[in-house]
Design a protein around this ligand. Structure first.
Ligand code: 7TS
Length: 423
């Protein structure tokens, strides 16, 4: 299916098209000068910038609707509860979950994975069981499982990564077995940009009776995600990488699994009854939302998803594919530059090393040119070890990036090479 072209001139002329200017106008920060230069923001994998719709939705909430939820009899509390639950329904639709109860709000991806590890992991894993994760996971899909392995006696196994930055599917098949209880997979690698074949991998995992968690932190802003089509058991993401606020994200969990999971944090809002002898717990999803949640964050996330839906994820994906193509071509033309991650299916992320220049030095020089990129291990230290580098420089794209942004990146890299006397 061909996606509607919302950014037509970007591909043809290579410049910011009027349509793109319209979307760029939605993001106030893009128009602040930085160190006397135009801001070239290419660190979207770390966090995206926020459109006015999101900033305004949060401000309006505090100005017009603020009250605590799920407990007040007064109008404002009920109104606030309605807005919060509308946010849940928005996320349900966004992921195509079957029912709103399958959506638990969390602080973000990290907290969602910890929730699964501590609640599901501690109640399902025993000595001898295996947790299988990929060699390109972010630390947040490694460390919680290590902690749970220490507590349960389960063992962590790792799917190797090929030289092109893809998962070795043959090795995956041999690693899967009757002891595999959980498979944890990153949908899109934050350090390489690889889009993993998570649907096929989920099917293979289910065939041995394993439960599947997919880390969608880098996926949801770049292409459509349908948890029913993927048929995964858990799917997690953060709002702040999706043009939404920080401190809010979500866990999707299949209802039949979630409903039997024990609480992991206790407190208000997650109980049914409490006495000093014994407490009983609320139904899902409230059982997993102890305490006053980030209500304004949910309102902001709702607005962010509405914004992305209005622009259209297919159009965004197509635009970012073009940026990726352009960036790959231009960067490869630089002598001494090596791209890490050359998978056939990639999202808008380019990771690279340039001569012997340390990525942090590169990042610092680029910063003086107003170009913001990420430099370092990207919280994927085992993956950096796999490629024999301490870290990389990474440019990651969003819907508001232009070909000019990439040209500015390349020009700044050439300056860095001059400064270091290489290239
Ligand atoms: N998983 C992936 C694939 C990620 O890219 C990140 C954050 C996380 C999990 C954690 O998300 P959080 O919102 O809970 O912090 N990745 C990055 C990055 O690439 N640069 O900064 C943060």
């Amino acid at each position: 299916m061909t996606a509607p072209d919302l950014f037509p001139a970007t591909s043809a002329a290579g410049n910011a098209a009027p349509d793109l200017d319209r979307y760029r106008a939605d993001f106030p920060i893009l128009h602040r000068p930085l160190k006397g230069k135009r801001l070239v923001y290419l660190d979207n994998g770390a966090t995206t910038q926020k459109p006015n719709a999101v900033i305004q939705a949060e401000a309006d909430y505090y100005a017009q609707s603020n009250a605590n939820i799920h407990r007040g009899v007064h109008w404002l509390s009920q109104h606030s509860t309605d807005l919060y639950e509308q946010g849940r329904e928005r996320v349900r639709g966004f992921l195509n979950a079957r029912r709103p109860e399958e959506i638990v709000f969390t602080r973000g991806t990290t907290e969602a994975i910890n929730l699964v590890a501590y609640s599901w992991g501690r109640s399902h894993l025993k000595p001898g069981d295996e947790i299988l994760i990929s060699g390109m996971e972010h630390h947040s899909n490694i460390v919680p499982w290590q902690l749970i392995c220490e507590q349960t006696g389960a063992q962590l196994k790792v799917i190797p990564v090929t030289d092109s930055g893809e998962l070795d599917l043959a090795a995956y098949r041999t690693l899967l077995g009757p002891k595999t209880r959980l498979v944890g997979l990153v949908h899109v690698s934050n350090a390489l940009g690889t889009v993993n074949p998570v649907q096929e991998m989920t099917e293979l995992a289910h065939a041995v009776g394993a439960t599947v968690l997919i880390d969608g932190a880098q996926a949801v802003a770049h292409h459509e995600v349908d948890v029913q089509a993927l048929n995964c058991d858990f799917y997690v993401f953060s709002g702040h990488k999706l043009y939404g606020p920080t401190g809010i994200g979500a866990l999707y969990a299949r209802y039949d699994i979630l409903k039997d999971m024990p609480p992991w944090q206790g407190g208000g809002d997650m109980i049914h009854t409490v006495s000093f002898e014994r407490s009983t717990y609320a139904d899902v999803p409230q059982r997993f939302e102890a305490g006053t949640p980030n209500i304004a964050g949910v309102i902001g996330l709702d607005a962010a998803i509405a914004y992305v839906q209005q622009v259209g994820l297919n159009a965004i994906a197509r635009h970012e594919d073009r940026l990726l193509e352009h960036a790959t071509r231009e960067l490869q033309a630089l002598p001494g530059l090596r791209i890490l991650g050359t998978a056939s299916h990639k999202a808008g992320i380019v990771s690279f090393v340039l001569d012997d220049i340390h990525p942090h030095d590169l990042g610092t020089i680029l910063d003086t040119e107003g170009v913001a990129i990420r430099a370092g291990h990207h919280c994927a230290m085992p993956l950096m070890t796999r490629f024999g580098v301490p870290g990389t420089a990474r440019a990651s794209f969003a819907l508001y990036n232009t070909h000019e942004d990439i040209d500015a990146l390349v020009a700044a890299l050439k300056k860095a090479q001059k400064l270091f006397g290489v290239g």
